[in-house]
Design a protein around this ligand. Structure first.
Ligand SMILES: [Ca+2]
Ligand SMILES: [Ca+2]
Ligand SMILES: [Ca+2]
Ligand SMILES: [Ca+2]
Length: 402
């Protein structure tokens, strides 16, 4: 994916299996190759809408994890309804998997604050590698490699609008796309410094940029997805040509743009929720015990209800949540998860989904917990600071005694 300062074969630039990026996947749509990222429910991959610009309604998703390589078909694809191929607005798509994702693939949350600009991010993807000094490798015929690099979000895309002035709707991008330039430490190649006076010589040898094949790939802030790779641009003015080699090839002096995930969190959250399999329809029908199963994963749900009154109907209330071991152990009996659950204006409750890991080992029934804390928008009753619910994983394998 990423062009980097040093060769992609340098271990620093590889996102090797087991390094924490096994939920970053290759996405194949027709004859297009892109990248995607497995989201927090383990069922859907977030990627770029433009991979589906030919009208395709399916994709293949390739995982490389500690469990080996697996290619899964999609069961459903949802392109963002506002996707606009002319100005790259809302260049996001969700791909649901037709089978369980490998349990060794990380599931990732999404970035929910609006302070991305100025922060360092980590790019991971399957695009064609290359060097910042000479750009993407032109004759790369090896198997795809998962590469990582860092950069910094420098600005929202709006200040670059005049470079795309042929598009009258450009201002609609304001606040919804994030830009980074590919720095080598020289003022002459500091693209955003030269173009819009946003000076900053970046992260030195740590910087990288997306390239062909990285479309849809994640830019992580911490361990959550803050950006989705959308496009690159080689921009110049009459007075400044920051691109180091006068070619559009993801080299030093070019810029790249990511869709700003925090702006789209309601669409992502609610799209995932609408695809949950067999969710409880009422509080009374929430299953507190679930059979463990013998293969793959089973989803168990926790119901979080907001009973207060919204004095402003647009109020979004939220809680943070985190699973906690009882006798059931994370990674062995269930997949640990944590994040923020938002209950949007048109909702009075939302579900937290947790994946239970099947096995065929006779054992005792086991329990784990979900802690809910940090309520925003309305406090818990009676001054409580944390609520806890428990789920039981019921052994379904032959005899157990003890
Ligand atoms: Ca930079
Ligand atoms: Ca810069
Ligand atoms: Ca170039
Ligand atoms: Ca079992």
């Amino acid at each position: 994916m990423v062009t980097t300062v040093s060769s992609y074969t340098d271990a620093r630039n590889r996102a090797l299996i087991g390094d924490g990026y096994d939920g970053v996947v290759r996405v194949v749509v027709g004859n297009m190759y892109g990248t995607g990222v497995l989201l927090y429910d383990g069922k859907a991959v977030l990627t770029a809408a433009h991979l589906f610009a030919g009208g395709q309604s399916s994709a293949k998703v390739m995982f490389e994890t500690m469990q080996g390589s697996q290619t899964l078909a999609s069961s459903d694809v949802l392109v963002h309804p506002d996707y606009n191929a002319q100005n790259n607005n809302a260049d996001l798509a969700l791909v649901w998997l037709s089978q369980d994702a490998p349990t060794s693939a990380q599931r990732y949350g999404i970035y929910r604050q609006s302070n991305e600009v100025g922060q360092t991010m980590t790019l991971v993807g399957y695009g064609t590698p290359g060097l910042g000094s000479t750009g993407v490798l032109q004759n790369f015929n090896e198997a795809p490699v998962r590469v990582k690099a860092q950069n910094q979000f420098d600005t929202d895309v709006a200040p670059l609008g005049r470079f795309f002035s042929e598009n009258g709707t450009w201002e609609a991008n304001n606040g919804k796309q994030l830009v980074a330039d590919f720095d080598n430490g020289l003022v002459a190649n500091d693209a955003l410094g030269a173009l819009i006076g946003n000076t900053g010589l970046g992260l030195g040898s740590a910087e990288g940029l997306i390239s062909k094949g990285d479309s849809g790939g994640p830019a992580f802030i911490g361990n959550v997805v803050a950006g989705i790779a959308s496009y690159t641009a080689r921009l110049s003015t009459s007075g400044a040509v920051p691109d180091i080699d006068n070619t559009s090839d993801s080299s030093f002096g070019e810029v790249a743009v990511w869709q700003r995930v925090s702006v789209y969190q309601q669409w992502i959250d609610q799209s995932l929720r609408m695809h949950y399999a067999h969710p409880p329809a009422t509080q009374a029908t929430v299953q507190k015990s679930v059979n463990e199963g013998n293969t793959g994963t089973t989803t168990v749900y926790f119901w979080v209800q907001f009973n207060g009154i919204r004095f402003d109907p647009n109020t979004i209330v939220s809680v943070d949540y985190k699973t906690r071991n009882g006798t059931a152990l994370a990674g062995q009996d269930y997949l640990a998860t944590q994040g923020t659950l938002k209950i949007y204006p048109n909702e009075d409750h939302a579900l937290v989904a947790v994946e239970i890991l099947a096995d065929t080992q006779p054992e005792a029934d086991e329990t784990f917990y979900l802690d809910v804390f940090n309520p925003v928008g309305a406090s818990f009753e009676n001054g409580l600071v944390q609520l806890t619910a428990v789920r039981t994983i019921v052994n379904d394998d032959g005899w157990y005694w003890g």
